[in-house]
Design a protein around this ligand. Structure first.
Ligand code: HQG
Length: 191
């Protein structure tokens, strides 16, 4: 096997940017389920940086394998981002019944608005929820201010008609989360 030459984290960030946010900058077409051709992505990456002139499928496989959190999925000749999209429109995801509770990490600065109007997708296509508290805390810690973890009664939300989508075991998507099913964890420092 070829010796790994790439910064896989950097590669992952650029792939995410291309597949989630601005595929047109890379000459990519994303279909309604989020897929694009691996060959087209490789062509775009080779153009993107001289460092990636020889990038190939095995490097994308290595990038996916190296990520602690699943972000990209390759199926046959296609690749897609599994969550995070901000493209105009909505990537179609299969609806699924969520686990009874899910979590969301955010900043204390956003709390009053979230408790008043619920969770909204903001710049992304969907609200992103974490399957466990540790991941929610990590997501929240990326925002400025004190991290707050919210517990979502996803069973109640589901029963009242909120659509959920499973991307992989760790991240769930929803169109919105009503304020009534959101609770602030008593001790956000505890896992
Ligand atoms: C907040 C990463 C005020 C929300 C992560 C969040 C995730 C509100 C921010 C994925 C609000 C949006 C997405 C309301 C929501 N009023 N603020 N009504 N409703 N917000 O970055 O969930 O590592 O778009 O709490 O792991 O932080 O990149 O979403 O703070 O899964 O693969 O508005 O991105 O995945 O922020 O993160 P974001 P997010 P990757």
């Amino acid at each position: 096997m070829r010796e790994r030459r790439y910064d896989l984290n950097r590669l992952s960030k650029v792939v995410s940017h291309a597949l989630r946010h601005q595929p047109w900058l890379y000459g990519l077409e994303i279909d309604e389920h989020g897929w694009t051709k691996v060959d087209d992505l490789l062509t775009a990456l080779r153009r993107e940086s001289p460092d990636w002139a020889d990038v190939e499928l095995s490097d994308l496989d290595a990038m996916i394998a190296a990520s602690a959190k699943p972000r990209h999925e390759i199926r046959g000749v296609r690749i897609r981002a599994m969550h995070g999209h901000s493209l105009p429109g909505h990537i179609r995801m299969d609806p699924a019944e969520p686990p009874p509770e899910l979590f969301h990490g955010t900043s204390s600065q956003s709390l009053p608005s979230i408790l008043a109007e619920g969770l909204r997708p903001q710049e992304r296509q969907y609200v992103h929820l974490s399957a466990d508290i540790a991941m929610a805390r990590m997501v929240g810690s990326r925002k400025p201010g004190t991290t707050v973890v919210l517990r979502i009664d996803s069973r109640s939300a589901f029963l009242t008609g909120v659509a959920f989508h499973r991307t992989h075991g760790l991240v769930w998507l929803a169109d919105k989360i009503p304020a009534q099913v959101i609770r602030v964890l008593d001790d956000p420092g505890r896992t």
